[in-house]
Structure formats: C-alpha cells, structure tokens
Design a protein around this ligand. Structure first.
Ligand code: ATP
Ligand code: MG
Length: 415
C-alpha cells in the first residue's frame, strides 16, 4: 500500500510543511514503485540524497543495494572504471580485474549525484545502460547485462549544460522523464524555524544538554537570511550555536557573532555599478513610484470603506481589458469593471461621486506620466522646489552629485 506523505516524513525524519515540499514528496512516493529514472533537481543541501533514499526504500528494490556516487568528485580518468569496472591490465595500475558499481548494485539503485559533471564519454555509456541494461568493462569487449535503477541529481540547469554542449541532449531527455524539484529553503521560509528546532533538539539529545532557543528578533534574522547552503547550512548553524553559546536563549547578537553574514537578508538590494548616478536615480524613482502605488492602494481601500462597497474580486483586477466607462449625465459616474474575459461572472460596478472624481483624475495623471524620464524630471523639480533652488541640497537629497544634477537640469530645461 502506498504510504501517506505524513508517514514518509515521520519514517525518514523529513521536516517541513511547505506545499512545495509536499508536492515533491508526493511525486517521489508515486514514482518509487516504478522502475522509472528520476531526476532530482535542487540547490546544494536541499535534501536530494535524502529523497533518493526515500525512493529506493519505498521501491520493490529496497532489499537490494543502494549506492550514492558523486560524479563531480570522481576524477575524469577513473569514472568509467568506477561505474562499469575494468579488466586486469586495462590501464596502468589495473593490476586486477574490478567490478564497477553497475555490476555490484545489480537489482538495486544507483544515485548519480551531480550528474552534470559526468564526462561526455561516460554519458554515452550511461545512456546505453539506461536503454537496454548493457555495459562493457574498461578494457573488455564482452557486453554484460545489469538491472539497475538510476536516480540522478543536479544542482545546475542541465538544459543549459546541453546548450553548452557539455551534456548529451538524448541523455537529458532519457533521465528527465520524472523530474522532482526540491524547493530551496528561501522558497519555504515557513519551514526554517521548524527545522532549526528539530536540529537543536537532536543535538541536545545527543549531547545531553538543554536545546538552544531563539528570541523573536533572532527568529526573524534566521527566517530572512537567504540560506545559499540550504538545510545543510542551517543544520551546521544550529549545531555551531548549540556548542558555542553558553546561553540557551539566544538573541540577534548571539547569532551574528557566530555567523556575521546572517544580517544579509534576502530582500532585493540595489546594486550601483560604480556608483552610477543613473542607477541611483532609477532606484529613487522606483521608491517614489512605490510610495505612489501605496498611496493609491490606501485611497482605494478608503473609498471602498467610506462608501460601504465590497472589494472587487482580485481576479477581476488582473484583467488587461480597458474598463468601459458609462457616463450618466447628472447621476454619479459609474465605472463598470469588465468581468474576467468571456465568462458570465456578474459585472462589478463602483460608484464614483463627483468629489471623488478629482482623486481619480489625479490617479489617471499619475498613470499617464509613468515614463522614467518624466518621473526623473518631476523628481528633480520637486527636490529643487523643496530646497528653494539650492542645488547642493537638492543633489544630496536625490543621491546624485551636483555635477549630475547640473547636467539633468540642463537636459530637462529646468533652469
Ligand atoms: N526535509 C528535511 N528535514 C530534515 N533534514 C533534512 C531534510 N532534507 C535534508 N535534510 C538534511 O540536510 C542535509 C543535506 O541533505 P542532502 O545531503 O540530502 O542534500 P543534497 O541536496 O544532496 O546536498 P548536495 O547538493 O550538497 O549534495 C542532510 O544532513 C539531511 O539529512
Ligand atoms: Mg547530495
């Protein structure tokens, strides 16, 4: 009987409630029973090997061997011999014949980690094994047969490797029949604290100590960090904190002491190439734009509330059609939002009273002048006005040099 996701999580110690993780696990469970080749994709440290073991253990091959081979860690010169074996005298140092993994694991599963790093000739041999179970030992001419299921993993974009000519297209299609994407930690931030608690508890149990805990600020820091090394990095960090901290309730500073880079959050950070004034301006403009959008949002919510209206369906707001306007002389202006394309959903009407129209018109003006140049011009004019024409202060406020401001003033004829 197929086990449930919860059972599998319990049995294999897999922590997480994210729907993305559940989806990956569901696919793994469903495919385990078959003999299909599986391609597990995901950043470093997300749990690709854990998943490969789950698939093997839930498959009819579970009583046969499982072996994990890191294709990126085996020297190019020996990988064929490691995987397919060699005959005595096949190359210098081959003093005896040797079976390869595809022979010893017959009946079981081979996990080929970092398959993107496999040399092209090895890829050709692998394709043959996958197609008909045939392989040849290095230095031999005898074709042998094996029955091995392959689970491959990659933490880079394999299609990109195909485009670069570093990975065979036919092999790519052969192994990617069932792809499983394991989400990165930053795609499932809701699981970060759960994982931390689990690792801290495991560690405390092993060394018979009280588990470390985090105060609210420390928790925020943990959740907002980008975790490029994913679960492995989080696990190491939990262990480091458990060992290095004398306190058991840790705050923000305790975390920063052990891992200074944790203050770097995953929020988009503007990158100013050589402090380019254009980029800085662009950034300011975007911030202004964001402010305007937020003001607009507040305005809409206020309008809805003060008129006892209901908020329109979010889906309707995404339509790209232009809303037809129906003007009724003397009556409140009624704007009709189109229902989602070609459906018979009810039409939503909102009432706009004359004094509210002024606000709406302002909103329209904002929309009309959204070109970046216009925004920039407006921003500079505003800054000059605010500082009564004092260019040095306006430039500082705009985050650009006086020289750039001078150039822009000329460009937009603001003098
Ligand atoms: N969902 C999970 N719950 C708890 N622990 C996990 C989970 N996923 C992975 N781990 C743990 O995280 C560590 C990294 O997992 P694993 O080695 O499977 O990652 P990987 O994707 O193969 O990494 P790499 O790309 O570096 O080879 C292991 O210690 C594993 O036990
Ligand atoms: Mg791995």
């Amino acid at each position: 009987m197929t086990p449930s996701i919860q059972e599998v999580k319990r049995r294999f110690g897999i922590i997480g409630r994210s729907p993305l993780l559940d989806h990956a696990l569901e696919t793994a469970i469903r495919v385990a029973d078959s003999d299909l080749t599986v391609l597990i994709k995901g950043e470093s440290g997300v749990g690709k090997e854990v998943f490969s073991r789950v698939i093997h253990q839930l498959s009819p091959r579970k009583h046969h061997p499982f072996i994990a081979v890191n294709c990126g860690a085996i020297p190019v010169g020996t990988i064929n011999s490691e995987l397919f074996g060699h005959e005595k005298g096949a190359f210098t140092g081959a003093t005896a014949e040797r079976k390869g993994y595809f022979e010893t694991v017959d009946g079981g599963t081979i996990f080929l980690d970092e398959i993107s790093e496999m040399p092209l000739d090895t890829q050709a041999f692998l394709l043959r094994v996958l197609e008909n179970g045939e392989f040849i030992r290095v230095g031999s001419s005898v074709v042998r047969k094996t029955n091995v299921r392959v689970i491959a993993a990659a933490n880079v974009d394999l299609l990109e490797r195909v485009r670069q000519g570093k990975f065979r297209r036919d092999l790519y299609y052969r192994i990617s029949i069932v792809p499983i994407h394991i989400p990165a930690l930053k795609e499932r931030r809701e699981d970060i604290l759960l994982l931390f608690r689990k690792f801290a508890a495991d560690f405390a149990e092993r060394y018979r100590m009280t588990p470390v805990q985090l105060d609210e600020e420390a928790q925020n820091l943990l959740v907002n960090y980008s975790w490029p090394g994913n679960i492995r990095e989080l696990k190491n960090f939990a262990e480091q904190l458990s060992v290095l901290s004398e306190k058991r309730l840790l705050g923000r500073e305790d975390l920063i002491k052990v891992k200074p880079e944790i203050v770097r959050t995953n929020m988009p950070v503007p990158v100013f190439e050589n402090g380019s004034p254009e980029n800085e301006m662009l950034y300011k403009i975007l911030l202004e734009l964001q402010k305007d959008v937020n003001q607009l949002k507040r305005l809409v919510v206020e309008l809805v509330k003060s008129n006892n209206l209901r908020m329109p369906d979010a889906d309707l707001l995404h339509t790209e059609d232009v809303a037809p306007n129906i003007s009724l002389p003397g009556a409140p202006h009624i704007e009709v939002l189109p229902s989602s394309a070609a459906t018979s959903e009810p039409v939503v009407a909102k009432v706009v009273t004359p004094d509210m129209r002024a606000e709406y018109q302002k909103a329209e003006i904002v929309e009309e002048s959204l070109s970046l140049e216009d925004m920039e011009r407006e921003l500079i004019a505003k800054a000059l006005e605010k500082h009564r024409g004092r260019r040095r202060d306006a430039a500082r406020d705009l985050g650009i040099s006086e020289r750039t401001l001078y150039r822009k003033i000329k460009q937009y004829g603001l003098d």
